[in-house]
Design a protein. Structure first.
Length: 183
């Protein structure tokens, strides 16, 4: 499995890691709900599909057991994949590392980024996640939309500073574009 420190092997010697996160835990809510509902269905079938035939009961017992086992194994694999996937932002690029058996690292250079946006739904505001949309020079990249990004405001600000220059300074003059206000 891919440990967090193993992602650093993809960094260039001149590159500095700025952010390394995984998707927010809320990403796992849909697979968790699907698995729970499927297991509930298996239990209901097991309970109410009793027949007078011991062979049919035995068959129903076995089928529901193995279907429930497959559902739990599926959820386990999805959880491991979520745990392994990392979003890494360096001072030169954005990377997405994922996969257990087949390891895949997607990358977009920061020099190609033309626009940044983040969106937050009501659930995202309540739980602390959002969607980061990274647009590049006229192309659709593999990393153009990253859903369930934890702390999207902080990541958006850090990425904006990397892409468009130091926070509050214009690129041309290097001077503050507006006075900074303390919160």
């Amino acid at each position: 499995m891919l440990a967090p420190r193993e992602i650093d092997e993809y960094l260039l010697p001149t590159e500095r890691r700025v952010i390394r996160v995984r998707q927010h835990w809320a990403f796992m809510s849909k697979p968790l709900l699907q698995t729970a509902l499927f297991l509930l269905g298996c239990v209901l079938v097991e309970r109410f599909a009793q027949t007078n035939s011991t062979t049919a009961d035995f068959l129903i017992d076995n089928v529901t057991f193995y279907l429930a086992l497959v559902a739990v194994l599926r959820f386990t694999v999805l959880t491991i994949l979520w745990w392994i996937e990392r979003i890494v932002i360096t001072d030169k690029r954005v990377m997405l590392a994922q996969g257990i058996i087949v390891h895949k690292v997607g990358m977009m250079p920061l020099g190609k980024v033309t626009d940044l946006t983040f969106e937050r739904s009501l659930g995202g505001r309540m739980l602390g996640y959002g969607t980061l949309i990274v647009e590049s020079a006229g192309q659709i990249q593999a990393l153009n939309r990253i859903d369930y990004m934890p702390r999207p405001e902080e990541i958006y600000e850090a990425l904006s500073e990397l892409v468009f220059g130091e926070k509050g300074k214009t690129r041309a003059t290097g001077m503050l574009a507006r006075p900074r206000w303390r919160r």
